[in-house]
Design a protein around this ligand. Structure first.
Ligand SMILES: NC(=O)c1ccc[n+]([C@@H]2O[C@H](COP(=O)([O-])OP(=O)(O)OC[C@H]3O[C@@H](n4cnc5c(N)ncnc54)[C@H](O)[C@@H]3O)[C@@H](O)[C@H]2O)c1
Length: 353
């Protein structure tokens, strides 16, 4: 199919799987000027019907029905449970229909590779729903072009009793694995991890340490057993220190250059034996707000993600989070899960995972 260059062109789109996540896709497509929501697909007929009524589109019970009734559909969001990503996306990609497959791309490295390769072979656009990449705070860090030496990421929240068919690594940490892989920009060399399962057979808490070929190290913590919700990332680099809050979509940055003089003065004083215990460090350094394209709160990451997907389809360009990136995140997640299994607990009775 030849790429369409006219960015004002409305694309016929559909959403497969309209549960918690797919419903948001349908709602946003309905609002985007560049999209016409033709149909939603769900194997639960009541859910498909109710969502179609709400968003003024057709309801289909299967992908075959979608293909038969809506041959003009060019782009589809696949938001069925991860176990069904491959079987849902395959017939679409084979017809060169662009797919935005929710994260994680697939439940295993082999299945993720199958989808990534299929998209390349068929010349179909495949984007993966790593929505956090479109968080304005994450975009601002990526745009700084810094080379991280050390990253620290926490993603913790209370138990929702959902997604218990997978562990916290595939469910939550995978967001951060994708971002860390992108920011580190270097092959993953070594993975160490510990995890604990409390609710079922999969880990509910995990602490992982990733070492990259460049020497960059990332410490990631994910928990679905916390008493509060917190999503933070800290990036230490030669050029700057950045701290961001994924949830509030805000961040602060301490750049090396504006602080170099003050820090040099402090070093001199310390070397000469001065007592600086009364010095207020937070007043010493210059802390700047992370500059974003739009004010915090005005950028919804999912809207940005779907807009970017449709642009890639229209222009025939590489999506921002392509099949290869989706595959890399699944591969890293599997390595973390394997490292948890390989971790040796000694002297702890009944240690699980
Ligand atoms: N990007 C994010 O931040 C984010 C957040 C939550 C979930 N997700 C991902 O979104 C996907 C869906 O998760 P969810 O929480 O919305 O699940 P869900 O269970 O709420 O919804 C899934 C829907 O798919 C339907 N379905 C199941 N199998 C189907 C099939 N073969 N064909 C058609 N419909 C089918 C179900 O009836 C249901 O309506 C998962 O891959 C999950 O990991 C992503």
């Amino acid at each position: 199919m030849a790429p369409m260059s006219d960015s004002s062109l409305r694309l016929d789109v559909a959403v497969v799987g309209v549960g918690r996540m797919g419903k948001h896709h349908a709602r946003i497509y309905r609002q985007l000027p560049g999209a016409r929501l033709a149909a939603v697909v769900d194997n639960d007929p009541d859910r498909a019907g109710a969502t179609a009524d709400e968003f003024g589109c057709d309801a289909c019970g299967s992908i075959d029905e979608l293909l038969a009734k809506h041959p003009t559909v060019r782009a589809v969001s696949v938001a069925v449970p991860t176990a069904f990503h491959v079987q849902s996306a395959r017939p679409l990609l084979e017809r060169r229909i662009a797919c935005l497959v929710e994260k994680p791309l697939a439940p295993s490295v082999a299945a993720a590779k199958e989808l990534a390769d299929l998209a390349v072979r068929c010349g179909a656009t495949l984007q993966v729903g790593h929505t956090e990449r479109f968080n304005p705070a994450v975009r601002a860090v990526a745009a700084m072009g810094i080379r991280p030496r050390f990253l620290e990421v926490d993603r913790v929240s209370p138990m929702t009793f959902r997604s218990l068919d997978v562990g916290v690594v595939m469910d939550m940490m995978i967001h951060d694995l994708d971002i860390v892989l992108m920011l580190a920009g270097s092959p993953l060399k070594r993975v160490d991890a510990v995890g604990v399962a409390v609710m079922g057979k999969h880990e509910d808490v995990c602490s992982a340490r990733l070492t990259f070929a460049s020497g960059c190290v990332a410490n990631l913590t994910a928990s679905r057993l916390a008493l509060k919700t917190e999503r933070r990332m800290r990036v230490f680099s030669e050029e700057a220190y950045v701290s961001l809050d994924y949830q509030k979509r805000t961040g602060v940055v301490l750049r090396k250059a504006p602080n170099a003089e003050a820090l040099a003065r402090v070093r001199e004083q310390l070397e000469s034996g001065a007592d600086l215990s009364q010095l207020d460090y937070s007043e010493l350094v210059q802390v700047d707000e992370l500059t974003m394209d739009l004010p915090p709160g005005e950028q919804d990451p999912l809207t940005a993600e779907l807009t970017s997907f449709l642009n890639a389809v229209r222009e025939g360009s590489k999506p921002e989070v392509d099949g290869e990136a989706g595959y890399a995140a699944v591969e890293a997640a599997e390595r973390v899960v394997r490292a948890i299994a390989e971790h040796r607990w000694e002297g702890l009775e009944n240690a699980k995972v």
